[in-house]
Design a protein around this ligand. Structure first.
Ligand code: ACO
Length: 328
């Protein structure tokens, strides 16, 4: 038997410390004007020392559980989308399980960069749909400040830290919930966006540290082009798959990489004014955390109402991309 699957609660957490573009002017050769005009970003949140991805995840998770009206004991699974896990292992979801007290859940991470949250939603949806799970906690969380090269002005101005969470549950009678998903990858383009050091290919050594290989490397212009194309195509395909058009969509929550990327996608899709949710001006690019944090803010601001058609779309290193459409 297959069940419809809905989002029954959302939550988010942003660290207290705010780093503005004016602060960055004192760290690298840049200006607020350059950063804001090229990316749309003005400020971002930065985790405190000792504050790990799991701590931010657990805070977001508690909000999502409250919103869903269930307890951590009700969870059958926890999945964390992240490229900045607390440790190489155990997985971050196990740390979250311990912090929120979810003894009945099995736990793992999904590493798909900025698409990690959407990939995790798709996995969770399948477990619930086939009857193997009733409630799944899906988190997108990143401490990107830990892999940001604070001497590289072409990347350090873009990223921030934070966590967003949703509870996925069996939908009630008559609710459509998640109506379709489309996921894709292109591993040939792995060189354009990555952290080369610290894995099995280049294990941590004095040399990898000296060569700054533990920081994010990005070919910005190339990534930009692929991001626009892949996200527009994924959004178009998922709408067609669900039998919808862009005019049916009440709110689009895109990955918050760059306002120019988002505007290019909106113009390719031909969206109505005011339906694309953007918070990147205040939070920057938080990779896997971007979509769930934006979603939680949109829900709490009343931008998404019951019955609305909502579209998520994301793109990141790998390359990976995905889109999901659901009835709220
Ligand atoms: N301040 C001032 N000047 C800068 C800065 C800075 N912070 N950074 C770069 N510049 C300079 C460059 O050196 C270059 O100078 P040059 O022409 O003399 O060589 C000039 O500005 C233009 O640089 P570009 O890289 O061409 O600038 P662009 O307009 O492409 O914007 C940006 C750069 C914002 C990075 C853009 O390419 C972008 O958003 N790319 C996509 C990012 C993205 O989507 N990432 C996705 C996922 S992230 C993930 O998966 C973790």
């Amino acid at each position: 038997m297959t069940h419809a699957v809905k989002i029954s609660g959302t939550g988010s957490y942003l660290p207290e410390k705010v780093l503005t573009n004016y602060d960055l002017e004192k760290m690298v050769d840049t200006t607020h004007e350059w950063i804001h005009s090229r990316s749309g970003i003005s400020e971002r949140h930065i985790a405190a020392e000792g504050e790990a991805t799991s701590h931010m995840s657990a805070a977001a998770a508690r909000n999502a559980l409250d919103a869903a009206g269930i307890t951590a004991e009700d969870l059958d699974m926890i999945i964390v989308g992240t490229i900045t896990p607390d440790m190489v292992f155990p997985n971050t979801a196990c740390f979250v399980q311990n912090q929120i007290g979810a003894p009945n859940a099995f736990c793992f991470d999904v590493e798909a960069a900025c698409s990690g949250f959407l990939y995790a939603i798709d996995i969770a949806r399948n477990y619930i749909s086939n009857g193997s799970a009733k409630h799944v906690l899906v988190i997108g969380a990143e401490k990107l400040s830990s892999i940001t090269d604070w001497e590289d002005r072409s990347t350090c101005v873009l990223f921030g830290d934070g966590a967003g969470a949703v509870v996925l549950s069996v939908a009630d009678e008559g609710e459509r919930g998640i109506m379709g998903t489309v996921m894709g990858s292109d591993g040939r383009l792995n060189e354009l966006l990555n952290v080369p050091g610290g894995g099995s290919r280049h294990p941590a050594s004095h040399q990898t540290v000296d060569d700054r290989m533990h920081y994010m490397k990005m070919a910005g212009r190339e990534v930009f082009k692929h991001a626009v194309r892949c996200m527009s195509d994924a959004a178009t395909t998922v709408l067609a798959k669900a039998g919808l058009t862009v005019d049916d969509v009440a709110c689009i929550i895109p990955h918050q990489a760059n306002a120019r990327i988002i505007n290019a996608i909106a113009s390719r899709l031909g969206t109505k004014d005011g339906i694309v949710y953007m918070n990147l001006e205040r939070v920057g690019n938080m990779s896997a955390a971007s979509v769930p944090v934006a979603l939680d803010e949109a829900v709490r601001e009343g931008r998404i109402k019951r019955g609305d058609i909502v579209l998520f779309v994301a793109f990141g290193g790998g390359f990976t991309w995905g889109a999901s459409v659901l009835e709220w």
